[in-house]
Structure formats: C-alpha cells, structure tokens
Design a protein around this ligand. Structure first.
Ligand SMILES: Cc1ncc(COP(=O)(O)O)c(C=O)c1O
Length: 366
C-alpha cells in the first residue's frame, strides 16, 4: 500500500495535503447530526423502536461517514496524492459518497461496480464527477480495482479492508456515540439491541466496539440477506466461507468474509429472506411515510422479530436499527412489482406476517 513516488517533504505537496484535510474536516463541521426516528408500536408493549436516519447525509447514505473516514485515513497515510485517481470497489453507495469527497479535494474518482447496480446510483456517481467502471462478476471488483490503481498510479481505497480501522470506533461522533447521545432523554436510554446490516461490516464493527468500550449492556444483531456468506461464516466460525452469487439487497451481503467484518464483536446474526426485506421496507413507508433502500428493510425485519420476542417474553426496552439510504435510488427495484416478479420474489406472506404482528403483537408461525 505504501507509495514512494512523491516527495513527502515537498512544500507544495504538504500545502495540498493540509488543504485537502481541511476541506474534508470542514464538510463534517458544516454537517448536522442525523435524526433518530421513532417507528410507531402499540404503547402497551412497552417497547420503543428507532431508526437512525442516515439518508440525510449530504450524499444520502450511511456511507458518507465511511467515505469521510476513508479519505482522511488515505490522506493522512500519504496514500491519496494530488492529480492521482482514487479507485473503489463498491456496490454503489460508498462510490456515491467517495465521488463527492474526491471532487471536494479535486482528485479523479473511478467506481468499480457490479453491472446490476441501480441506474440511479450510477447517475449520482457521475453527478459528483466520478466515473463508473462495471464488472459482470462481483467477485472481480477487488482485483479489477487493484489493476486500475496500478495502471493509473492511483489509490485503491479498499473499503472492505479499511472500513473497520479508518473509523474512530471509541467515539469522535461516530454513529454509535451519536445514537447514545440521542437516546439520553428517552425512557429506555440504553438500547437492548442495536441491529445493523453488513456490507463491509464496518458499521456493525464500529457500533459493537463502541458498546463494549463504553461498557453498555446492549447486544448487537447483524441480519444477513440471501446469497451472502456472512451468516454461515459467523455461525460456523469459518473465515473462508463464501457464496457464489451476488446479493440482491444492494449494499449488504457479500460473497466472501470481508476483512472489515468482525464476527467476534457480534452477539447474534439472523438470515433474512430477500422478499421479507422488501416487505419490511414497504411496511416502513406505511408506518412513517418514508421510502428506503432494501438494506433498511433487512434491518427492520430483524428488529421487528426481536420486538416480537420481547413482547412474547414480557420484556420492555428499546431497539435501534438504521435507515441506511433513501428509496428513490431503488424505484426500479424494491418498489417495482415488475422487478419482484422478474426475481421470483413473492412478498405477500411476509407483508401479512408484518401486518398480523403489528396488529396483534403475535408473530405468526409460518
Ligand atoms: C445501503 C447500504 N446499507 C448498509 C450497508 C452496510 O454498511 P457497512 O459497509 O458499514 O457494513 C451498506 C454498505 O455498503 C449500504 O450501501
């Protein structure tokens, strides 16, 4: 990773570096915190469910935090250099946010993505001045990114390796610290569970590490979509677990155990059918009037299942999950009945399960 083709003490480079770091920090300084929204549940259950709304970042997803951290890490390590491109392997959201930061500091950006990435995300990458480079096999993203970096003299950001270490997990306004701050005046300020899905695994690692470091009793659940190996890798303790096709839930679920996925920090995993993720994200719109991406549905389905367990056991408390990105990026996918039919996904039984549960408090056996 170390590159030596630039004189680190060159005053021109040092001035560029200072200015680039200032611009990235200034973006954070101009930003407000993201909201913690309430998902309405019957008062009598004594359970509060929240969604941390990460769609309100300037680039519309939780990846804005990661992209900022990766740019600061790459700049401070001397890996990102003036005039040289930044290259990233991404299923889209990270690339949208990184294209924004690349433009901010004035370096070119190339996103290496699966061909199935939603058209809207590609449009957003190009809107922020980035270039889209497609691969047919999502397993080839990593290799293709490294090749492009070598050919162009650029820097392969490699979110899947560096997400967990670029983020300051002990605090510094990371997502976990913000959640606990925002819960301070709630009736259950220490959540029983935080539910976070995994793409790189960086968000779940950051939250879990913070919870342990701060000595909270909160448990961490990571729900996993179909076609992802994280669940098998975690349950079987197998770092070499793999799957041979890409995830339909954009942003989450991976074909290999990513270096930033930290299994030991996670208390529980849950396999979530893709049709259940879509049913849940549509239920979210009915409940709070907001559309979100498929990964938000995966998290919400899992959070509601935990709520059901708590209701059944007569336990009270709070649960937090994430609203990862907005639904208008996926109108041609999770909000399209045509796409569902094409994919052979029937959401009806899952939608009925959610309706029954929210009406009666009983999770129907299927
Ligand atoms: C829409 C969306 N949700 C959730 C995640 C998971 O986040 P992480 O990479 O921190 O595991 C991602 C990551 O790409 C994403 O794009």
């Amino acid at each position: 990773m170390e590159t030596i083709d630039v004189d680190r003490s060159d005053p021109e480079y040092r001035a560029w570096l200072k200015e680039a770091v200032r611009k990235v920090q200034a973006d954070a300084n101009r930003s407000a915190d993201t909201h913690l929204l309430r998902f309405p549940l019957p008062e009598a259950w004594g359970i509060d469910l929240y969604l941390k709304d990460e769609s309100t970042h300037p680039t519309g997803s939780l990846k804005h935090r990661l992209a900022r951290s990766l740019f600061l890490y790459g700049l401070c390590n001397g890996w990102i250099r003036p005039g040289k491109p930044v290259i990233e392997a991404s299923s889209g959201s990270t690339a949208v946010s990184e294209a924004y930061f690349a433009k901010l500091i004035g370096v070119p950006f190339i996103a290496v993505m699966p061909r199935t990435t939603s058209a809207e995300k590609c449009r957003l990458i190009e809107f922020h001045g980035g270039q889209c480079h497609f691969v047919d096999d999502s397993m080839k993203m990593y290799e293709e990114s490294a090749v492009l970096a070598a050919e162009t003299g650029g820097h392969y950001m490699d979110q899947f390796t560096y997400a967990e270490r670029a983020t300051d997990w002990r605090g510094n306004n990371n997502i976990a610290e913000s959640i606990y701050q925002q819960l301070k005046l709630e009736r259950y300020p220490e959540p029983a569970w935080i539910v976070a899905t995994a793409g790189t695994g960086g968000t779940s690692a950051t939250i879990a590490r913070y919870v342990h470091y701060m000595q909270h009793d909160t448990m961490i659940c990571v729900p996993d979509p179909e076609n992802s190996c994280f669940f098998d890798g975690w349950t079987q303790g197998d770092p070499l677990a793999s799957s041979d096709c890409g995830s339909r839930i954009e942003g989450i679920g991976r074909p290999r155990m990513e270096p930033s996925f930290v299994p030991g920090a996670i208390d529980r995993m849950m396999k979530v059918p893709d049709a259940a993720s879509v049913a849940a994200v549509r239920a979210l719109e009915k409940a709070i009037g907001r559309k979100a991406g498929g990964s938000t549905g995966t998290g919400l389905w899992s959070a509601l299942r935990i709520v059901a367990e708590m209701v059944a056991e007569g336990r009270t408390g709070s649960i937090v999950t994430l609203l990862c990105d907005p639904g208008d990026r996926y109108l041609d996918k999770y909000y399209s009945d045509g796409w569902l039919a094409e994919q052979g996904l029937d959401i009806t039984p899952y939608a009925e399960t959610l309706d029954t549960f929210l009406e009666t408090g009983v999770w129907p056996a299927r």
